[in-house]
Structure formats: C-alpha cells, structure tokens
Design a protein around this ligand. Structure first.
Ligand code: PLP
Length: 394
C-alpha cells in the first residue's frame, strides 16, 4: 500500500529544512503592545493592529452592548434571512468615513476580493494586475476567468504598455492594485495609475487593506491620501487591520454596491459579519471620526522607529508606511534572528519564500499606536544586540 499523503510529509520536511516552515505561536493575552506568547511576555511587533483598536475599551464595550441587544450571529446569509440594521448602519458609516456614496461589508477582506473581481469581469475580459498584488486579489482574478495580465510592480509606464498592447481585445478591463504593499510597505502611485486607467477606459480597483486607518486624513485611506475622491471605482478594505476587528468592505458608487448585493458570491452564499464584529467596527469608526490622535501617534512611532533602525545600520527597505521590513537576505538567517529576538522578549516574525521572493527574507516589524516610546526603545535595544551577535550590523 502506498501512503497517498506521503508527499505532504515530504513537502513539510522540505519546508523545515529550508527554514520556510511556519511555526505558529500561541497567544494567551489580548492584542496590544505586549502579549503573552507561548506563555512568555513579549513585545508585539507582529500585528496589524495599527491603532490599538483590537482591545480598545470603547470598541470592546460596544461589542458587549450589541450582544445584549442583538445576540451574536446573523443566523443566515443576508439575502435570504434579511439584513440586521447594525450591518446597514456600519455600511452607511463606512461610506461616509471614506467619502463615497455606498459601501457593502463582507466576512473579510479576502472574501471582499473574491466577491468583487468575478462580479465585475468575466471570461471575455481582462484584469491588469500589479505583479505583487495580494493573494486574495490573485484568487479573485482567477475565479473571474478573465485574462490576467500583470504589470511591473508600482510601474504606471508598464501598466500603460500592457494596456496599449492588449486593451482593445477585451470588452471590459479592470486595473487592480494593492494600496499599500504589505511586505515592503510601499504605496502604489495611485494618481498615475488612475490617469493611465482613465485613458484606456479601464475600471480602477484598489485594495486599501493596509492603508485604511493609516493613510490619508485621520486614516481615511489611499484615495484620500492622493485626493482621488470620486475617481477610484472600487475600494476594497478590511476591518481586521487598523479597525482591529474582522470583516471586509467594498466602497464606491451605489451601482457597484447594488451589483455586489445581487452577484457577490460570498455575500449570497456565506453569512455576514457577526453582531459583535459589526458593533466593534462602528465604535472604531466613531473613534477615527472623533480624532486623528491615534493615527498621528502611529506615524510618530513609525518615523521614530525607522530612523533609529537606520541609525543602527539596518536596511529597512523601501517602506514609506509604518510597515518596517528589516532586510536580512536568506530565510534561515531571518528565522534565527526572529528566535533570538524572542529570547530578548521581542515577538517579530521572519518572512521568507513564498511570502516574499527568495533571497529577500526579512523580519517585518509592525509599528502601532499601541506602542509607547519606551516599548520601541526596548525593541530597538533587542534589534541592536541580535544584529551585532549575528553580524548583520557592526
Ligand atoms: C490583509 C489583506 C487582505 C485580507 O484581509 P482580511 O480581512 O484579513 O481577510 C486583503 N488584501 C490585502 C491587500 C491585505 O493586506
């Protein structure tokens, strides 16, 4: 008898040998600047909790109150069992926050992408996609059956080249880019991408997962950052990063939102966000609309940390956002670096292939408004020690 699953054992073994096996740590505390990681207190440099909202007292209180009033679950898909007023309210508030006419929520950013691309383009059409777009965009594009034409990362000239070559063969075309690229922390030149898309009559879609709550006035996102209000057709967002909860959102014109209510498969065939999720997100929108202080603190922290890391001699790549990659090269070095940091009480994950290209392994430090200056200093001290020990800096 052959073991039909033996190949998986072999592949897992290969991952371990290549330093590419993902060891998932267990957390015994809420999100915040410090965590209990595998039973030990550690400084949190891993999470996308940019504004510290995942455990903010107003956000958690809102979730608790909503449970008392509405229970926990939506009980079925919205298109069949009806939609709760809470979801409608969140969609209205998110649209207002983003300065668009309409919004629709999904279970996650991932499903928002899976819903949207196939609803807008089909097998006769084309997607023009940044080569480093997020996995959920790639999967959405594949599900659509449209021809996928990639352009060089953040390169409007190359986008223009592929549009010129191919656009006329397809009735419909969509240009899709991440807003902030999560591995490098660089920002798509959305103003130029908009101009090119416009010339070729292509729908423009941006996935602002790492830009919401981070870029733009008070965290209103990449469209606000570039003052492109009313020009970007489809904005995808997640409620799991800066918003600190879970869920996805598509924001744009009423016609897009109405269409997704009719044709977005994860909307039609999967239940909605739960009651506490929605209520928590509503509280997060309140906080963001009341004050820019959390967003300001996030950026102050990010600027400080990055400048100090550079002063220590680390290569922090091309990031222009709070995402701070620490470039190390080979995956085993990055993994060892991460383990040594943990010994100093710092939780920062190594990222290797296939999350990033081979030879570009790194530690990615996620800065948050939850960090105080003393926390960052403690983290810098640990990076300095491990960096010297492993010969990364002098
Ligand atoms: C994180 C991320 C997603 C997925 O968001 P979830 O809400 O966690 O599913 C989608 N797109 C991009 C660009 C992301 O960074």
């Amino acid at each position: 008898m052959t073991n039909k699953l033996q190949w998986i054992q072999d592949e897992l073994q290969n991952l371990k040998q290549g330093g590419l096996y993902n060891n998932i740590r267990t957390l015994g505390s809420p999100q915040g600047a410090w965590l209990i990681v595998d039973g030990r207190r550690a400084l949190n440099f891993c999470s996308n909790n940019y504004l510290g909202l995942a455990n903010h007292p107003r956000v958690t209180a809102a979730a608790q109150q909503a449970i008392d009033r509405y229970g926990v679950g939506p009980a079925a898909v919205r298109s069949i069992a009806g939609t709760m007023e809470l979801h409608v309210e969140l969609e209205r508030r998110l649209a207002q926050f983003k300065g668009v006419e309409a919004a629709i929520t999904f279970q996650s950013g991932f499903t928002a992408n899976l819903a949207t691309v196939p609803a807008v383009v089909g097998k006769d059409d084309a997607v023009f996609s940044d080569e480093l777009n997020h996995a959920s965009i790639i999967d959405g594009c594949r599900l659509s059956g449209a021809r996928i034409i990639r352009y060089a990362h953040c390169d409007p000239q190359d986008l223009e080249r592929v549009l010129k070559e191919n656009r006329s063969q397809f009735p419909r075309a969509i240009v899709i880019t991440d807003g902030v690229f999560s591995m490098d922390g660089d920002v798509a030149p959305l103003d130029q991408i908009y101009a090119v898309s416009q010339n070729y009559e292509a729908i423009l879609m941006v996935d602002d997962a790492h830009g919401e709550g981070v870029l733009g006035h008070g965290g209103r996102g990449i469209v606000d950052h570039f003052s492109l209000h009313g020009k970007v057709d489809i904005e995808i967002g997640t409620l799991s990063k800066a918003f600190g909860v879970v869920g996805g959102v598509v924001a744009g014109s009423p016609v897009i939102v109405e269409w997704l209510r009719q044709r977005g498969r994860p909307f039609l065939f999967s239940s909605a966000m739960t009651v506490p999720d929605v209520a928590a997100c509503l509280a997060a929108v309140d906080l963001l609309e009341e004050s820019t202080s959390l967003v300001d603190k996030l950026w102050d922290n990010a600027r400080y940390f990055k400048a100090e890391m550079k002063r220590l001699g680390f290569d922090t790549g091309v990031s222009t956002t709070p995402i701070t990659p620490v470039m190390l090269g080979e995956a085993p070095l990055a993994q060892q670096f991460s383990r040594e940091l943990f010994e100093y009480g710092v939780f920062a994950m190594a990222l290797g292939f296939p999350t990033v290209p081979r030879g570009k392994a790194r530690i990615r430090v996620m800065i948050s408004a939850a960090h105080e200056r003393a926390d960052l200093d403690q983290g810098l001290e640990a990076f300095a020690r491990v960096g010297r020990k492993l010969g990364v800096i002098r």
